[in-house]
Design a protein around this ligand. Structure first.
Ligand code: PMP
Length: 367
């Protein structure tokens, strides 16, 4: 007699875990969608041309597997970040790179560490493969507890810079301090660095334990194409190559990534607009006396206060619901205790941001 029981057939750690819950992706375009930090403008027109040209008249190239190494995209990344050949690696979104790092550098003996709050996917990836995950809270004023991280005993450090979901950017010296002193792999998740003043990319030439991870999803308008990357010493790239899917980026993603990297002028222009909307939104929060973290990203984590000046999880949930009922979508993290009194707004176009501000004023009036 077959004695199958799915729960018993699932590894204990996976049976007891919940998956990562991404931000809502509504099926219609009627929303003012400010919940997943996407780029509010289309990608460079060069991306469209490259994809159309790769498809060709009869799409027959799609019969053939793509370049398993994404070689041209890797070379374009190296050129872009001023690195020698062999330092670039491309993957199916930066989430894929994070997963590969957990797969390659952690197990039941080798743990991972991150600061708290930071990107909540890290702990989910660790759980999947029975890796102990250590979360070290930021100190007061969101200062980095360097010594606690360095003495954590972990083998893989996830350092999100700029941080998510606070948006705070840390100077390059912070990365260097970790790379110099941490006894393991230092992975700097730079998903939001296009909106800040710096990248740690040049440091990968100097530190053999440093991986700088980036994505085309936030700063390049290509979240729908799933293109992420890692920059690191070729010995680390070799390890990532061992554990990745053989064809981890499809043909269209490879050409789209190359085309985007080839149009910095377009992206520089668009980023100026986003940063100026971010600054205007912070000024708006100042005018309402709503606390927020000064952002180096394309989003702001802020704490709404009701008409009576009160804040807290209930107020945040109420404002989130009010906006949602008006088809304005922000991100709310009810299960994360350190930030459940706050909401995160992705920076959209001027029109979208004005709609948000108008709704916020109306909420205060009605409350
Ligand atoms: N890192 C951080 C800090 C993020 O917020 C995100 C997006 N949720 C990612 C990585 C993953 O981005 P993608 O997989 O789209 O490259």
């Amino acid at each position: 007699m077959r004695k199958f029981n799915l729960k018993n057939s699932t590894t204990a750690n996976v049976a007891s875990m919940s998956g990562y819950v991404p931000g809502e992706q509504p099926s219609t375009r009627a929303w003012v969608k400010l919940n997943t930090n996407e780029f509010p403008y289309p990608p460079s027109p060069k991306v469209r041309s490259a994809i159309i040209s790769e498809i060709g008249a009869d799409a027959s190239k799609l019969r053939l597997y793509p370049d398993p190494l994404s070689s041209s995209l890797r070379r374009a990344l190296e050129k872009r970040f001023g690195l020698p050949t062999g330092f670039g690696f491309a993957a199916n979104g930066s989430d894929d790179v994070l997963n590969l790092a957990v797969r390659a550098f952690t197990d039941s003996q080798k743990s991972a560490v991150s600061l708290d709050p930071s990107y909540s996917l890290y702990s989910v990836l660790a759980k999947i493969q029975n890796t102990k995950f250590i979360e070290i809270p930021f100190k007061r004023g969101m200062e980095i507890p360097f010594d606690d991280v360095i003495s954590s005993g972990a083998n893989l450090l996830f350092f999100t810079n700029p941080n998510a979901p606070t948006g705070i950017g840390f100077p390059i010296e912070a990365v260097e301090r970790f790379a110099k002193n941490f006894n393991g792999i230092v992975l700097v998740d730079e998903a939001y660095s296009p909106f800040s003043a710096f990248t740690a990319a040049p440091l990968v030439k100097k530190y053999d334990n440093l991986i700088v991870v980036g994505t085309s999803s936030k700063g390049w308008g290509l979240a729908g194409m799933r293109i992420g990357w890692a920059l690191a010493n070729p010995k680390i790239i070799d390890i990532l190559d061992r554990v990745r899917d053989s064809y981890n980026l499809d043909r269209l993603a490879q050409v789209a990534g190359i085309a985007a990297l080839d149009d910095e002028a377009y992206y520089a222009k668009m980023r100026v607009k986003i940063i100026s909307e971010r600054e205007a939104c912070q000024t708006f929060f100042d005018s309402l006396s709503w606390p927020y973290f000064k952002s180096s990203s394309n989003f702001i984590l802020f704490t709404p206060r009701d008409a009576g000046g009160k804040s807290g999880p209930k107020v945040a949930a109420n404002f989130f619901g009010y906006l949602r009922s008006r088809k304005i979508l922000l991100r709310y993290f009810p299960r994360e205790k350190s930030i459940n009194m706050s909401l995160r707004i992705s920076i959209g176009t001027h029109v979208q941001m004005e709609k948000f501000k108008k709704a916020a004023k109306a909420w205060l009036k009605e409350g």
